[in-house]
Design a protein around this ligand. Structure first.
Ligand code: ADP
Length: 632
């Protein structure tokens, strides 16, 4: 109770007490011979709004005071007219008390009803028979955007535009005294409202119609949501039916409850009981299938599609796919993708990629959209590609063997030419008038060493062809370079070139195949000499060996004609710009270097000529693997 209420109550009580005292004094002391005590009813009525307790207390005190005044004023004459007046007064007080109490409970229940109307979310409007609004609850204030003061006293048609079945309402109100149905009202701000309305006829005690009580609920939002849902269902079914891929709507709820009944760990249950999976699949129901799905499975209608019959259960992939689906769904996934194999109604076997989506209104797995893409052709193409790749690999091996055969000719050619030259030269020393046995012996030594080199090359190629692991020696690249220069001494001399060696380390030890790397040195030096043969300027080969700890780099830099076009092309097999060239030297060099886990590159110099450089790794973990690949 607020402060103002408390003050009012106190004031009422004070006035009531004063009034009671005055009535008592008038009753007891005044000579008036009337039923003054009847005035106590006024005191009761005065305190009536304060509550039942006050009414009863006021009635009681009034009765006591009336009785006291009577006894005081009429002690000598207890029977007679005064007694009758007292009785009338007491009865009047009693009736007032009773009526006040009844009035109070009626008021309370009325106030409660008004509160209920106020609290209602619906709009409640009471209008009289002329259509003037007499009551307008909070719901109406909210919905129509008009306060009670703005609405009460105005004709209801001024407050909104209404479209309602007027004739039907009139008839129903006349005949049944009520009507319920839908009305559409447009608020003054233009908002269109759809209302579920119930109208009741108001009647006076004589039964005459005196207006309408109208309660309405706003359906606008739910109607909009329903319309949106219908639109989205239509959109979904259009997409579903016109999709170019197979789409099926399935009910997996029974299947999954069966799986879950076997234990929460679905993966373990399925592993433990192989029959469980089959039993669960039996319970999958295909509810809808789009035309693409019917075509894919060679069916005429969704009723013909039974998952258990379609699944090629015999293959492990299908079991695996199903397990994946069940486990994923029961662990909360709503999107799953997997691949499996089906057998169509006509017995065709198809591979399909499946994509499952749990639809929003089917979270109990009762609506699962299953999209299937036929990947049979893709898989066949993949198998074909794998077969072709295998054939290509085989062809590649054959071509490597061809390269090896050609390399024998190429590599053996140089020692053979040297043998011929040294043979001729030895003969010249012999047939001289004064033959020089020392020179002849030296020529014979060179012949033997070149023949040995040729034999080594042939032996190594045979060794490779036998698919044996390459020989790995610890060799010094500096020594190997000097040997190669020595071997090509005559060519260097005939080209009138100089060879300069720059070493970052006096000894460059590395584990590699000695004969193969020697071949690389000889090839690079020979190419450099040949590139400088036709030029006029200074002919110099600079060989740099750099040791970076993890690797050794050998760069052969010449002042020749340089590389025409893309330098990377010179490593391609059979690429040659020489009339007598085979175009195999550098291709073999690359195979050898990469076989040792290294790298070989070519580039043109800033000045004249080109540089071909290779790098070999120390402690190369791949060593040997590349060699095996080369010859496999
Ligand atoms: P071939 O020597 O039989 O031609 P290679 O594989 O050794 O085969 O060389 C391929 C081609 O690379 C050569 O014909 C030449 O055009 C080019 N080439 C190689 N080394 C050099 C170099 N140092 N300078 C310029 N061109 C080169």
């Amino acid at each position: 109770m607020g402060i103002i209420d408390r003050r009012r109550r106190r004031a009422v009580l004070v006035v009531a007490v004063v009034a009671a005292v005055l009535i008592f004094v008038a009753d007891a002391l005044s000579p008036i011979d009337g039923a003054v005590a009847v005035l106590y009813t006024g005191v009761v009525l005065m305190v009536a709004p304060l509550g039942r307790k006050f009414i009863v207390v006021a009635g009681y005190i009034s009765a006591v005071l009336a009785l006291t005044a009577f006894l005081w004023g009429h002690a000598s004459d207890l029977v007679g007219g005064a007694l009758l007046r007292l009785v009338v007064s007491l009865v009047a007080i009693l009736i007032t008390v009773l009526l006040s109490m009844r009035d109070r409970s009626a008021r309370i229940s009325l106030a409660e009803q008004v509160r209920i109307l106020e609290a209602s979310h619906d709009t409640v409007i009471i209008r009289d028979s002329a259509g003037i609004v007499r009551y307008w609850n909070e719901g109406a204030e909210r919905l129509y955007g008009r306060s009670r003061d703005q609405a009460i006293g105005r004709h209801y048609a001024e407050l909104f535009d209404e479209s309602a079945p007027v004739d039907e309402i009139d008839r129903s109100m006349r005949e049944a005294g009520s009507w319920s149905g839908e009305v559409v009202r447009t608020r003054r701000d233009g908002a269109r409202l759809i209302l579920a309305s119930r109208w009741l006829q108001r009647r006076d005690p004589e039964g005459r119609a005196i207006g309408v009580i109208e309660a309405s609920a706003d359906l606008t939002e739910s109607r909009r949501a329903q319309a949106e849902q219908r639109r989205s269902e239509r959109r979904y079914s259009t997409i579903f039916n016109s999709a170019g891929f197979a789409a099926l709507e399935c009910d997996l709820s029974d299947a999954l409850s069966l799986v879950l009944s076997a234990g929460a760990d679905v993966a373990a249950s399925l592993r433990a009981d192989p029959a469980l999976l089959a039993a669960a699949v039996e319970r999958i129901v295909i509810c809808e299938a789009n035309p693409a799905a019917l075509e894919m499975f060679d069916a005429d209608g969704p009723g013909e599609l039974i998952v258990a019959e379609l699944l090629a259960f015999s293959i492990p992939d299908a079991r695996q796919a199903l397990e994946t689906i069940f486990v994923a769904l029961t662990t909360g996934s709503t999107q799953i993708e997997t691949e499996t194999r089906f057998i169509t109604r006509r017995g065709r076997t198809i591979d399909a990629v499946l994509r499952l989506s749990v639809l929003p209104d089917g979270t109990d797995w009762s609506r699962v959209l299953l999209m299937a893409v036929d990947v049979t052709e893709r898989n066949e193409a993949r198998t074909k590609i794998e077969r072709i790749s295998a054939e290509l690999a085989h062809a590649g091996r054959v071509s490597v063997l061809g390269q090896l055969a050609a390399s024998i000719a190429h590599e053996v050619n140089q020692p053979l030419a040297a043998i011929i030259n040294y043979g001729k030269s030895g003969k010249r020393w012999l047939v001289r008038p004064t033959s020089d046995i020392g020179e002849v012996a030296e020529c014979l030594d060179k012949i033997v060493s070149n023949a040995n080199r040729a034999a080594e090359v042939v032996g190594r190629v045979r060794f490779l062809a036998r698919k044996s692991a390459p020989l790995t020696d610890s060799v010094d690249l500096v020594v190997m370079l000097q040997d190669a220069i020595e071997l090509l001494r005559r060519e260097i001399h005939s080209v009138k070139a100089t060879v300069r060696v720059e070493l970052s380390t006096p000894i460059a030890m590395i584990d590699c195949d000695r004969v193969q790397v020697q071949q690389v040195f000889v090839n690079l030096l020979m190419n450099a000499l040949q590139a400088m043969r036709g030029i006029d300027g200074h002919r110099q080969i600079l060989v740099r060996i750099e040791d970076s700890g993890d690797s050794l780099t050998v760069a052969v830099c010449d002042t020749g004609v340089g590389i025409a076009g893309d330098p990377a092309r010179i490593f391609e097999p059979f690429f040659s710009t020489k009339s007598d060239g085979m175009g195999l030297g550098l291709s073999i060099c690359r195979t050898i270097i990469e076989g040792q886990g290294g790298q070989i590159l070519a580039s043109n110099n800033d000045g004249p000529g080109a540089t071909v450089a290779f790098t070999l790794l120390r402690n190369n973990p791949d060593e040997g693997r590349h060699n095996r690949r080369l010859i496999s």
